[in-house]
Write a protein that binds this ligand. Structure first.
Ligand code: GDP
Ligand code: MG
Length: 250
């Protein structure tokens, strides 16, 4: 499979977005016969959209999808994934914290897995962020069972069937999105693989918003909603399991 969409959410990333798009075209372009790059501008208040617009004129593979107002991380990622038109879909953040060379490790796994999930080793974020991240992952695992060791790692590659299957199911629009996405993909029976990502680096420009109190509060609210929702769904479909064809027996 040589057709790939790279989708990235961007919120006030005018300092990073041009370099991020150019990195993607330079490092991922040669690996794929057919590449599409989708930037989801999540209601940025800076020039993010203008910069991307300028680049779309030069690089026809680049597309801009815009939210008129800021809708949050999960909605931005999901807009990117569901707008993708290629057979393989990859998503990462637009803030250049990941070394895109690492995508080749993911591509090597996607022949035997439907969904390849990276884990940052090491994660180059401040201690407080790493501790919060570990606590959050632990809580999600406690509530839903094991899905992946680095649930929020923004380095995930999937076959488009995963997105098509989950299209109408995922509801969390904030930071809980990653947890809901993985829990639902696992429940649907998709085959998942995990890959260590050594090329994580500190944010060099722009500012992170992932640890803002409003973002954290929304994440907890959505986590509770999702847990209740899943209990309701399980009551409806139990005892038989809804199955999708796994890669092995397709
Ligand atoms: N946090 C956050 N990020 C957003 C939002 N919309 C899009 N993004 C993008 O999501 C990515 C991750 O955001 P960041 O603040 O760096 O989160 P962190 O890496 O977890 O600290 C970046 O590419 C942002 O530009 C939003 O509403 N909130
Ligand atoms: Mg970041």
């Amino acid at each position: 499979m040589t057709s790939l969409t790279v989708a990235m959410p961007a919120y006030n990333e005018s300092e990073n977005i041009q370099a991020m798009i150019e990195d993607t075209l330079r490092l991922v372009g040669p690996l794929m016969a057919d590449l599409e790059v989708i930037v989801v501008d999540d209601g940025s208040r800076d020039d993010t959209a203008a910069v991307v617009n300028r680049l779309t004129a030069v690089h026809p593979q680049v597309r801009l999808v815009q939210h008129e107002v800021n809708k949050g991380y999960g909605t931005a990622v999901w807009t990117g994934l569901t707008s993708a038109t290629k057979e393989l879909i990859f998503f990462t953040d637009a803030d250049r914290q990941f070394d895109l060379h690492e995508i080749s490790k993911m591509l090597a796994q996607v022949n035997t897995a439907d969904l390849v999930v990276g884990y940052r080793k090491p994660r180059r974020d401040p201690l407080m962020r790493r501790l919060n991240g570990k606590g959050w992952s632990g809580l999600v695992t406690l509530l839903f069972g094991y899905t992946a060791r680095d649930i929020d790692c923004a380095f995930k590659l999937m076959r488009r069937q995963v997105v098509d299957h989950l299209r109408s199911e995922v509801q969390s629009g904030g930071a809980t999105f990653s947890a809901e996405f993985l829990v639902r993909a696992k429940r649907a029976g998709f085959c998942m693989a995990e890959v260590p990502i050594h090329g994580h680096r500190p944010r060099m420009a722009g500012s992170p918003t992932g640890a803002k109190p409003a973002v954290i509060l929304r994440a907890f609210k959505e986590l509770v909603r999702f847990r209740m929702q899943l209990w309701r769904e399980e009551r409806v479909v139990a005892p038989q399991k809804v199955g999708v064809s796994r890669i092995g027996n397709r």
